[in-house]
Ligand binder design. Structure first.
Ligand code: ADP
Ligand code: MG
Length: 146
């Protein structure tokens, strides 16, 4: 487990960028944190680290947004509005989770039962006692390897 403290959106972006840059094909990340905590900032950094120039925001109308132009495919899931894991089956999530791209899943706790054995959990939290722009980012490895 690794804890990174950031004190500005730029630092959170930079952490995402670094992780994106180091990512190996097939890697899955889950991204957990309340609204407004910095999940999109982090995701944009990760996209940058994957050499994606296209603007990245939250996939509002779809469960997954696919970016193909970077150094490997980037699958950005937001499962916040999902009713049932069957919706994941319908979009063929396994092709993404077990493919050769990078998968990032926001609100992954809602689809816990279909997460792969190996993934990295990124949790972003505020601590207002440490300031408005402070974030504690916990990176935890699940499963045996990547
Ligand atoms: P989410 O996607 O989790 O709802 P966003 O990334 O859209 O959150 O928004 C995070 C907001 O918090 C942005 O307005 C950003 O500027 C601000 N912010 C302040 N400090 C930080 C920090 N250390 N890391 C990330 N975002 C921060
Ligand atoms: Mg967001």
């Amino acid at each position: 487990m690794q804890i990174v403290e950031t004190f500005s959106p730029e630092e959170t972006f930079e952490l995402g960028r670094k992780l994106g840059q180091q990512s190996q094909p097939g890697q899955v990340y889950t991204l957990i944190g309340d609204l407004g905590v910095g999940k999109t900032v982090f995701t944009q950094g990760m996209a940058k680290g994957l050499m994606i120039e296209e603007p990245v925001s939250s996939p509002t109308f779809t469960i997954v947004q696919v970016y193909e132009e970077g150094k490997m495919p980037f699958y950005h899931f937001d499962v916040y509005r999902i009713g049932d894991v069957e919706e994941m089956e319908e979009i063929g999530y396994e092709d993404y989770f077990y493919g050769q791209g990078i998968t990032l899943i926001e609100w992954a706790n809602l689809i816990q039962e279909i997460l792969p054995e190996n993934y990295q959990e990124i949790k972003i939290e505020k601590d207002l006692e440490k300031g408005f722009d402070y974030r504690r980012i916990t990176i935890r490895e699940h499963g045996g390897g990547r």
